[in-house]
Write a protein that binds this ligand. Structure first.
Ligand code: ATP
Ligand code: MG
Ligand code: MG
Length: 649
């Protein structure tokens, strides 16, 4: 098997390691526990855990729980599950909130070093001070120069409840004090001075350096871990780099939208002696990789929530968010100190009697979604997801890809790693008139014709068999090579061809029985179809429900739909889920179910153990897995991917 670390020892990731080639690599995956992870997070998990593993280091799972929002236990549990499902084990599970005391102490320290001040400007005033085309030149406010002792006293007052949200902020004294004349280049400047001024200009013009907030007051301040202890909460900009330092993170890998925050990250660490100035040696080093985006997926938490819960059309509408909004929101909070409007309270629950948009999917793990719980339920193997992420390459560039690329990658991954079985999605009974009642051909067939290791099983061929409705036509056509009245067709694994002699229809107008003949004397057909023989002794066929999933929306780019006014609802694909209630599986199913997981991946075993690890290829149909709601009496199959590419996606 290929070296799982190879991808991390080349290209951009190797470059990042070489910038800081330490023995004890320490990384972290830092989700905010406010929702379910999605396919993009599979990249973040793979990059952070995989990088550490490749260089003999460790990776922490850090819950970045600095917002006193209502945190739900199910998110913590699910995030842990998903990391383990992807085959990784955190060295430590940490919580940013465990550092609230130390973070507070460091905030006072920053004030004492005259590198932070309490500011009472309104959001508009803060914005105005930052200058720009509408506001004129940049300027510091009157609070900027207040004495250290006064800021300290006010900061404690913030802590003790004197202020409401928006009335006071602790702001970092970054570069707002830098005026354009400080970096204006003159003719007399030496080349070195010019370089220094250019650097200063870059920093001074970076919005993440415009004295962003370190702490803000929250009116709704109950925290799920620290209770009512705090009325003030640290921002992402204050928290993240310091938690990285506390945990001894050597390589802090995050997505590209954080690149502009890198100077702010370093500034704070240096200001508090958590990093050697202008060096990556001592202290954490932040580097940014491109995000993973799959066209056609809805990843925004708020939008998925609308799909899961429905929307009260008469009530509050969620505000707009794209897949980048998580990070953008963080930036906005830090800059303005404002509450993230509507973020956590996204969708109001439908209220009886008002016009509502009903839910579109059954839950966060509905297989039509691209949350990791949904992908797991749909049967996508964890190894396939990791391979997809790594095959796209980890560089600074965003990995923008299309749905059919993801499907193709999963298909290739499954091709030789899972067994093959016969599944009949929409069966028609075929009675073979020229065979005796107890006729039995027991065919010995391989689970994988190209891999003897997967073993053999028995397929009973009997007087009554079932074929798929798709393989029969009531009216023949010269271009049709499967079964039709008077026409022959070959049967996979059976010795002779089958010819249709007649058929009957039920009250619903659908063909309900085909009469046929079979044997050496029957003319050969031009194609071979799949079938399942009826044999009580073989427990064949096995009844099952098969669920076929297609794209949730007709528009291949559903993020472009109208999400604010509920326009997305009209675009829902009526065929996004097709349920075959009367599907059948051949009896070999029991054997492969016992021998699951499929695929048998090295190191993946830990997470790949659920019901969905029973995966197989239905010959001529699709790849399937067992759904989590399946039981011995009521088997439910999910289509993982089709067998052939559908480029319309
Ligand atoms: P959402 O996109 O649902 O708002 P988020 O970005 O707020 O999610 P976090 O919990 O903040 O989610 O993310 C944890 C980590 O996952 C961060 O380091 C983030 O950069 C990374 N991440 C999030 N989305 C992607 C993506 N599409 N591709 C790669 N990494 C991602
Ligand atoms: Mg976030
Ligand atoms: Mg985000």
């Amino acid at each position: 098997p290929a070296d799982p670390n190879a991808n991390f020892k080349q290209g951009w990731l190797k470059g990042v390691y070489n910038e800081k080639p330490v023995q004890d690599v320490q990384t972290r995956f830092p989700p905010e526990p406010n929702g379910y992870l999605h396919i993009g997070h599979a990249k973040a998990i793979t990059v952070n855990f995989g990088f550490a593993r490749a260089y003999g280091g460790k990776c922490n799972l850090r819950f970045d729980d600095t917002n006193p929002a209502k945190e739900e236990e199910r998110y913590f549990t699910s995030i842990k599950d998903m990391v383990s499902w992807l085959g990784f084990e955190p060295a430590n599970i940490t919580y940013s909130s465990d550092n609230f005391d130390e973070l507070y102490r460091l905030a006072e320290e920053l004030i004492n070093r005259n590198k932070a001040y309490v500011c009472h400007c309104t959001a508009e005033e803060v914005q105005k001070g930052r200058g720009g085309s509408d506001h004129g030149p940049r300027s510091v406010c009157s609070h900027w120069s207040r004495p250290v002792a006064e800021s300290l006293e006010e900061f404690r007052a913030m802590r003790d409840g004197k202020y409401k949200a928006g009335q006071a902020l602790l702001r970092m004294k970054q570069y707002l004090g830098t005026k354009p004349e400080d970096y204006a280049v003159t003719d007399q400047d030496s080349p070195e001075t010019k370089k220094e001024k250019a650097k200063l200009k870059t920093l001074a013009e970076n919005p993440s350096m415009w004295d962003v907030a370190a702490y803000r007051v929250k009116d709704q301040n109950y925290h799920h871990r620290t209770g009512h202890k705090w009325r003030i909460y640290p921002t992402y900009e204050f928290t993240h780099c310091l938690c990285d330092s506390f945990e001894g993170i050597t390589h802090s890998l995050c997505t590209v939208e954080f690149e502009t925050l890198r100077p702010a990250y370093n500034w704070l660490l240096e200001a508090l002696d958590h990093k050697l100035p202008a060096s990556e040696e001592k202290g954490p080093m932040q580097r940014e990789y491109g995000r993973l985006n799959v066209e056609g997926t809805i990843l925004s938490k708020r939008r998925i929530q609308m799909l899961v819960e429905g929307v009260n059309a008469g009530g509050q509408q969620p505000s707009e968010e794209d897949e980048l909004a998580g990070a953008a929101d963080e930036l906005q909070i830090a800059e303005t100190g404002e509450e993230e409007v509507g973020a956590e309270t996204a969708v109001s629950k439908p209220v009886a009697g008002t016009q509502t948009i009903p839910p579109v999917v059954r839950g966060w793990d509905d297989p039509r979604l691209f949350t990791l719980v949904a992908l797991r339920r749909r049967g996508v193997p964890p190894g396939a997801l990791k391979k997809f992420v790594l095959d796209l390459g980890v560089t600074k560039a965003n990995a923008d890809t299309k749905m059919h690329m993801l499907d193709a990658s999963i298909r290739t991954y499954l091709e030789r790693t899972v067994p093959r079985l016969i599944v009949v999605l929409d069966p028609i009974k075929v009675v073979i008139d020229n065979l005796a009642e107890d006729y039995l051909e027991e065919r010995e067939v391989p689970f994988d014709p190209k891999d003897k290791e997967k073993g053999m099983h028995k397929l009973p061929f009997t007087k009554t068999i079932y074929i798929d409705r798709d393989d029969f036509r009531e009216v023949d056509d010269p271009d049709f090579f499967r079964l039709a009245p008077g026409k022959s067709v070959g049967l996979l694994y059976a010795e002779h061809p089958l010819r249709c002699t007649s058929f009957t229809k039920g009250e619903d107008g659908k063909v309900n029985e085909i009469r046929a003949e079979y044997g050496a004397e029957v003319p050969a057909g031009k194609a071979r179809i799949h079938w399942i023989g009826e044999s009580a002794a073989h427990k064949s066929p096995i009844r099952a429900e098969a669920r076929i999933f297609n794209s949730l929306f007709k528009n291949p780019r559903p993020n472009e739909l109208d999400w604010k006014k509920g326009g997305y609802y009209e675009n829902v694909n009526p065929d996004s889920e097709i349920v075959h209630k009367n599907a059948m599986i051949e009896a070999g199913f029991f054997d492969i179910q016992q021998r699951a997981p499929w695929p048998k991946e090295e190191g993946e075993a830990k997470g790949n153990t659920g019901p969905e690890a029973v995966r197989f290829q239905g010959l001529r149909t699709a790849y399937f897995c067992v759904d989590k709601d399946s039981s011995a009496e009521n088997i439910i199959l999910n289509r993982i991917v089709s067998l052939k590419e559908d480029t319309s996606k």
